[in-house]
Design a protein around this ligand. Structure first.
Ligand code: FE2
Length: 210
């Protein structure tokens, strides 16, 4: 097993990969072909290429992506590795969290958990979008399972993700400008509305509950 192969394997298994290969405008007009092409094909690929170069011939070459993220997050001198590994992981989740004609009704098991932890689906959506809107500069907003087993929303800056705070992210939205600027210019709140209402693959999110 080589890390390079492992990383390429996880690239191949990206959730959107299959849809994207078939139809590059799969998420259009909510997320245009131009955005996907740049985001999936260039930005995400650059994180992968950088990571492969960083860990080549090091002890990280045989670690899983999650191990690399956790280990490098505790070491200032490995910021480059952390940023690229974490962004690779974040984007893998992001692609899987979306589908054509997404949004809509949340499956019942997940809906019950959301209602129990946030009061209502609407309240959850409001809280989730608020995290994304208030993330100053580049970053992500998340729905995660806390160590106590509760659903929580949060935001992180740049490449960071909730894994390093002992949480399990089950939904992530990229609020870096490269994710929305072509389609929504500076209107991040509108992008978040569309992401929640028209893109989220709730069945996939629910599948990560356990
Ligand atoms: Fe991105």
């Amino acid at each position: 097993f080589q890390a390079e192969d492992g990383i390429r394997d996880s690239v191949a298994s990206r959730g959107l990969g299959d849809v994207y290969k078939r139809q590059k405008d799969a998420l259009s007009p909510i997320m245009s072909e131009e955005t996907l092409d740049l985001h999936h094909g260039k930005h995400h690929q650059t994180y992968i290429t950088n990571l492969i170069n960083f860990i080549k011939d090091t002890d990280m070459a045989n670690m899983s992506l999650e191990e690399i993220i956790l280990k490098s997050s505790k070491d200032e001198s490995k910021a480059g590795i952390f940023n690229n590994a974490s962004q690779h992981w974040n984007h893998n989740l992001f692609w899987k969290c979306m589908k054509p004609n997404g949004g809509g009704k949340i499956p019942s098991k997940l809906e019950k958990r959301i209602t129990s932890d946030f009061g209502s689906v609407d309240q959850f959506k409001k809280n989730f979008k608020k995290e994304g809107i208030t993330q100053f500069g580049s970053g992500w907003c998340w729905l995660s399972i806390s160590i106590e087993g509760k659903l929580v929303v949060s935001k992180t800056a740049n490449a960071a993700n909730p894994l390093i705070d002992n949480m399990k992210p089950i939904l992530g939205c990229d609020v870096w400008e490269h994710s929305y600027y072509i389609d929504y210019k500076n209107r991040r709140p509108e992008y978040l509305d569309k992401f929640v209402d028209n893109l989220i693959n709730w069945e996939f999110v629910e599948s990560l509950l356990d």
